[in-house]
Design a protein around this ligand. Sequence first.
Ligand code: NAI
Ligand code: NAD
Ligand code: ISE
Length: 343
Amino acid sequence: MTLKIGVIGTGAIGQEHIQRLHHKLVGSTVVAVNDINKAQAEEVAKRLTPAAKVFENGHDLVADPNVDAIVVTSWGPTHEEFVLSSIAAGKPVFCEKPLATTAEACLNIVNAEIASGRQLVQVGFMRRYDKSYRLLKEQITNGNLGEPLMVHCAHRNPSVPEVYAGDMAITDSFPHEIDVLRWLLDDDYVSAQVIMPRKTKHTRKDLDDPHMILLETKKGVRIDVEVFVNCPYGYDIQCQVVGEDGIGYLPEPMSVLLRKDAKLSHEILQDWKLRFIDSYDVELQEWIESVKAGVVRGPTAWDGYFASVTADACVEAKHSGKIVPIRIGERPSFYAPTALKPA
Ligand code: NAI
Ligand code: NAD
Ligand code: ISE
């Protein structure tokens, strides 16, 4: 059976995902697209999936009986309504991170999904599918590093577009670290603090950059993450786990070591699309298989909610200058790994 997918949002990552779902991965086809910018949706459909129907709005796409499952890649503030619409229609939905832009909106999704009685939502936290993060996690779970004590990370983008504004370093970029470190350490967060270093000359007047974010986990692990989104040299993701018995480094992306022009060098990637290209493929291929098998297995709406509560605490910490507790109730049994509800 081929899974017939409708994609809402045909911007940067929407186009990437349409390309892989329609042309690259096995067992799926894109039959419908929508974007608030209709001209763009039409151009993307014509170029990438000419037989797909272009819908006037996302809710009509969700309701179309020809659409088996939905992928939401519109910008963050629209995610809640399209995910809720998919749950109401009883259809599996893969939503790009963040699940929604406030914790309250994420909780609405969690409650709607629990009320539906079926696990339908997967969030696009693709780093869990990345080979390099999986290798690092193996070093922790096999005990090679001893108990983790500290984690040092950097999330660096060469530049960001005009639409990247306000606290998006915390609400749009940092959620990747929030999710992957929680998964890596098998731990939850208890407090957040944000320290603002000197501002770079490469950022706009209205955009703070860089940020230094500190998290503390339940087990007492201390995490520091530099989010620096106008760091001109490249797209660079770093993670170093300091354990009692050893230190594990996230492997660098593969590149040829060059001896040239009196220098010994490695290329540094410039684009997030390339750094995680394999992870998006694995993530969406596994999602296709799991939807077909009737059980969604990837990052859940609860993981999306946890990321949002953490991001909100970080935004509060940034603006208050205080250490802010991260308070979240116990994970509902609905989301226990052993209690997956058929989609
Ligand atoms: P984008 O701005 O290129 O694309 C967003 C698209 O959504 C635009 O085409 C816009 O017209 C459309 N849109 C906005 N409101 C809409 C509505 N109400 N109905 C239908 N379409 C609507 O943004 P980009 O970079 O593609 O990001 C989209 C989402 O993907 C974001 O949530 C972002 O955080 C996430 N993302 C995730 C990445 C990852 O590594 N997992 C990488 C890049 C983005
Ligand atoms: P983008 O701005 O390129 O695309 C967003 C699209 O959403 C635009 O085309 C816009 O017209 C459309 N849109 C906005 N409102 C809409 C609506 N109401 N209905 C339909 N379409 C609407 O942004 P992007 O970089 O593609 O990011 C989109 C999402 O993907 C964001 O949530 C972002 O955080 C996430 N993202 C994830 C990754 C990742 O690595 N997982 C990378 C990039 C972006
Ligand atoms: C973008 O939305 C992403 O998700 C990228 O993976 C991230 O590196 C970038 O900072 C975000 O803006």
